[in-house]
Write a protein that binds this ligand. Structure first.
Ligand code: GDP
Ligand code: ZN
Length: 295
């Protein structure tokens, strides 16, 4: 039978088979000889051991479209990043770091600003100016008023998305609205291993029907610093890539160099000031890290 690994704990893999439910499986396939470990998100073939007890063995792993390191999950199509417009105040530095992390792993990001009921249109405009210009899709929602949730469902449809965000932004409220009506399928694992649905530290895929999965990612890495060479950092800011072509000098780091295309774009308002400031901050951290490594 074909299924998808939705969770892995202590050597057990929980495989969801559409219309049949979740099977607790061990890894038994030939892939173990190649030192391949099954990952959450893997499409797998399982042999059923017991239909009553819902147990089985994972016997083969399908080809991986992608493999994300943080969080460790296979076949992710995109990330849904949730921030709040207010309460907590959005930390755009944290947001830009997350975007860098996903750019570095080549994962498209959709940005959701929840608690839209707490701000006026000026806020929306400013955020759209900043992030749509950078090429990101931005969706405003109010989980409280159940507004914008359909737009979220639309971008998730048919895909596997990892959902991340700092605490307090309304992530659980949104995830609960999204999983409404699918609790039968997704609730089963939690019962079996005796944990609440969203209290678990382990990453878990939730099935939303129509070949749509979301991974509710626990925690949020606030300290993320890209691994690339500092000179390459600009490439993780999509709206910097074109202006960078106009930099007068090769190896420009877009800080104090004369004739810098990126700085010009900032002055013309084509790149948001906050994005540029965050770029400079992350850049200097990367240089510091590099220096301490070679000391
Ligand atoms: P999480 O920590 O990100 O999972 O956030 P929760 O879903 O637990 O929500 C945190 C708080 O924000 C709760 O008090 C929610 O009632 C509140 N909240 C969630 N969504 C909204 C919203 O759209 N508007 C407003 N005003 N409050 C919200
Ligand atoms: Zn430059």
């Amino acid at each position: 039978m074909q299924g998808k690994i939705i969770k892995g704990i202590a050597g057990f893999y929980y495989v969801y088979v559409v219309d049949s439910g979740v099977y607790e499986c061990k890894a038994k396939g030939a892939f173990r000889k190649d030192k391949i470990k099954p990952l959450v998100g893997d499409d797998v073939e399982i042999d059923i051991i017991s239909e009553e007890e819902k147990t089985g063995n994972v016997i083969s792993i399908g080809p991986r479209k992608s493999e994300l390191i943080r969080p460790a999950v296979a076949n992710v199509d995109q990330a849904l990043l949730i921030f709040a417009t207010k309460n907590p105040e959005p930390n755009l530095n944290l947001l830009d770091r997350f975007l860098c992390m996903m750019e570095e792993q080549d994962v498209p990001v959709v940005i959701c600003f929840n608690k839209d009921d707490l701000v006026d249109d000026d806020f929306q405009k400013q955020i759209r100016d900043t992030y749509e210009r950078a090429g990101y899709k931005v969706i405003f929602t109010s989980a409280k008023n159940e507004e914008g949730i359909d737009k979220i469902k639309e971008v998730l449809k048919g895909k596997t998305s990892t959902v991340a965000g700092p605490s307090g932004v309304g992530k659980s409220s949104i995830v609960n609205l999204l999983t409404e009506g699918h609790s039968m399928e997704t609730g089963e694992v939690s019962t079996k291993i005796g944990r609440g649905k969203h209290t678990t530290r382990h990453s878990e895929l939730l099935y939303l029907g129509d070949d749509t999965y979301i991974m509710d990612t626990p925690g949020f890495s606030s300290l993320f610093v890209p691994k690339c060479d500092p000179v390459e950092l600009y490439a993780l800011f999509p709206e910097f890539i074109e202006p960078e072509q106009h930099c007068r000098f090769g190896g420009c780091v877009h800080y104090k160099e004369p004739g810098c295309g990126v700085k010009e774009a900032v002055e013309k308002g084509e790149i948001a000031a906050s994005r540029y400031e965050n770029y400079l901050q992350i850049y200097s951290e990367m240089v510091q890290q590099q220096n301490s490594k070679y000391r």
